[in-house]
Design a protein around this ligand. Structure first.
Ligand code: SF4
Ligand code: SF4
Length: 654
């Protein structure tokens, strides 16, 4: 008995084969021109960061997040499933087709027996997977329509043709197989084709027509890859490979660099990211600025970048006049509406750095002296008075003087072990000062050997850097470092996640702790006795600079759970999906644009849990959310308290 096999390119006449081959070459040339153009455009960007170190780790990440799509599965199972079916369907179908081509052009000796049977079975399975994935995509996109598709990027016009072509190619592939089998050949492991062949009478001209349409569509799609949304299939794995592990803002050690004004000032990786963006909308869905109705959408930013890049370049990627970023990729309302919450970067399945691009654009505006008046005032206040409100700097230690609790200073306790960096809000804002005083009492009672700098404390500079004033940030850093050196500071703790973030990630050489770590240790060691029940229903709001920036999600919850009487409930958006209060990136002291401010949205979300207390762990969140609670009409029903205050109530029963 002869081994199972089949005739290659069965039923296709030679002229069609030659024509098909010629079209394949043309499609390949168009594809390569598109790739070369994108490469040239990407190369136009700056190269200030090594994106190819620790190559082993990077390749592992590609396997995890580009081939197995684990990050996407974590974010959204349905979309992970859709992508993995399409991706692996395409990979297997492409390899299978390449095998057929080799067998046809060189030797078909191997294409028989077990090899043939496995080949046919895999091609059928891959085809079904591919169709299933495409159907999920169509249903998701046009039937279920997640909210992120409600406000589309205005130029998105290739979604439907791309999806339709993919579906058609796969379905026609099965029909070609079925028509061939209906000529009386055994199906062997080509189960789907075999099944369909029962319903299709043999017709050679129909077979040839479907074969031609199937092949032409496949070739057209190959040619279209670099010019359409499909390009993300190539650019996204490279984007994943070149991800940065940095938490700090970008450090560009080039004295000539003055921020991103034109497209040439962005990093090459940012330009690559514009091609890797699959327009999925996850960043936009979680962006407080977008949800507040401002003009900022991190997805629009990436899509506008790609559109302007390709529109302004020749077919070979030559750009005569690099375009200016403001207005081309985002307008000035959008530039300043970013709260630097990092939600876009956290949610993006392919690790795009939307927030950092905005940061570089801000820097370009600030360096050009074109920052809006409120941002200028913010910076001038910090420069002159070392706080964002412009309060006289000598008043920084007034809360200490007025406190009935002793607060040791670096002068009164020169042998201190830990420096408490109080921060601007905890020193000047009346509501946050209440927290500072309670904290001082707790610290004294648990015997922490600490001191504060008093009037010698400055601004840490976290938000100065976030609005793009790198020069002022460096100045503040130098001043603070000199002061720390003067008093021999090695260990720092702070109750502000903004200060914590910058000391931990942007200053060098200090052992930095967040206050809740010290409180947690004291609870565990028994130094802090949570004696009094606090019978309240509490929901916790994760501060961006504690959670998304520094991964501290469990600690505040563990502390809250250890307080007797507290019933902890979660808001729907919590931990890494937490919705920003709107106070970061300079917006604490600005009139926020948009229809509904992030703090109002978050206050409503907290109220909907039925909680009586909205617990925070950041003075910015305290200011923003107290305001949100009041303006949303939840005053008297929902109280904003710092976790430190809830601990205090349980310890002292007040
Ligand atoms: S950092 Fe936050 S506010 Fe800024 S673009 Fe990203 S999600 Fe929006
Ligand atoms: S930037 Fe990332 S999250 Fe946003 S639309 Fe593009 S791929 Fe999706």
């Amino acid at each position: 008995m002869s081994e199972p096999t089949r005739e290659l390119l069965w039923g296709v006449d030679e002229i069609s084969v030659l024509l098909h081959f010629a079209l394949f070459i043309i499609a390949g040339i168009i594809f390569l021109i598109g790739i070369a153009r994108a490469y040239k455009l990407i190369r136009m960007g700056r190269n200030d960061e090594n994106r190819f170190d620790r190559l082993g780790n990077r390749l592992l990440l590609v396997v995890k997040d580009a081939l197995l799509l684990l990050r996407l599965f974590q974010k959204e199972f349905r979309m992970g499933l859709m992508h993995i079916l399409i991706l692996w369907g395409i990979i297997v179908l492409t390899i299978g087709t390449a095998v057929l081509t080799i067998a046809d052009h060189f030797t078909s000796e191997f294409f028989r027996g077990t090899f043939y049977l496995v080949h046919e079975a895999l091609m059928d399975i891959a085809g079904i997977a591919f169709i299933a994935g495409t159907v999920i995509a169509v249903v998701n996109r046009y039937v279920l329509k997640p909210t992120r598709f409600s406000k589309k990027w205005p130029f998105a016009n290739d979604d439907a043709p791309v999806l339709l072509s993919l579906l058609l190619i796969a379905v026609l592939g099965f029909i070609v197989e079925a028509l061939r089998l209906s000529a009386g050949y055994p199906a062997y492991t080509a189960v789907i084709g075999g099944f369909l062949s029962q319903f299709l009478p043999f017709d050679l001209s129909a077979y040839r027509a479907v074969w031609s349409i199937h092949s032409l569509l496949a070739l057209a799609l190959i040619a279209a890859v670099p010019y359409s949304k499909l390009f993300h299939a190539i650019a996204a794995p490279i984007n994943i490979l070149t991800k940065s592990d940095r938490i700090s803002a970008r450090v560009i050690e080039d004295e000539e660099y003055m921020g991103a004004v034109t497209v040439r000032d962005l990093q090459w990786r940012d330009l690559l990211s514009s091609f890797a963006c699959m327009r999925c909308g996850r960043c936009q869905d979680n962006c407080p600025a977008f949800n507040s109705g401002t003009t900022l959408s991190p997805m629009y930013l990436m899509q506008n970048l790609r559109k302007n890049l390709t529109d302004s370049s020749s077919i070979l990627g030559k750009i005569d006049e690099p375009f200016t970023l403001v207005d081309a990729v985002l307008d000035s309302e959008a530039v300043w509406a970013c709260t630097t919450c990092r939600a876009c970067m956290e949610m993006c399945p392919v690790y795009i750095e939307q927030m950092e691009i905005i940061g570089e654009i801000r820097r370009g505006i600030v360096e050009s002296g074109e920052a809006p008046p409120d941002i200028r005032d913010f910076l001038t206040n910090i420069q002159k008075q070392k706080n964002p409100w412009g309060e006289a700097k000598f008043k920084r230690d007034q809360w200490i003087k007025k406190s009935d609790v002793e607060v040791p200073t670096v002068k009164s306790n020169p042998e201190f072990e830990l420096l408490w960096f109080v921060g601007c809000a905890h020193s000047f804002d009346s509501r946050s000062i209440q927290v500072s005083k309670k904290l001082a009492r707790i610290l004294n009672d648990i015997g922490v050997n600490y001191a504060v700098l008093g009037r010698e404390e400055g601004c840490c500079g976290n938000d100065v850097r976030r609005v793009g004033e790198e020069g002022l940030f460096q100045l503040l850093k130098e001043e603070n470092t000199n002061t720390f050196d003067k008093y021999g500071v090695q260990k720092i703790f702070t109750a502000s996640p903004h200060c914590y973030n910058t000391f931990k990630n942007e200053y060098e050489g200090y052992d930095v702790r967040f206050i809740l770590e010290i409180i947690h240790d004291a609870i565990k060691s028994g130094k802090l006795q949570l004696k009094h029940p606090v019978k309240r229903k509490v929901t916790f709001h994760d501060p961006c600079y504690l959670g998304r920036y520094n991964g501290m999600y469990d600690l505040p919850r563990e502390i809250l759970k250890s307080i007797p009487g507290i019933e902890l409930v979660e808001m729907p958006r919590n931990r890494n999906r937490s919705f920003c209060c709107g106070g970061g990136g300079g917006n604490l002291v600005r009139e926020y644009p948009g229809e509904d401010r992030p703090n109002n949205i978050r206050a409503k979300e907290a109220a909907e849990t039925g909680a009586e207390v909205l617990a925070v762990a950041c003075p910015f969140c305290m200011i923003m959310l107290e305001d949100g609670v009041k303006s949303s009409g939840f005053d008297g029903r929902l109280q904003v308290l710092d976790v430190i205050e809830l601990v205090y109530d349980s310890v002292y029963g007040e």
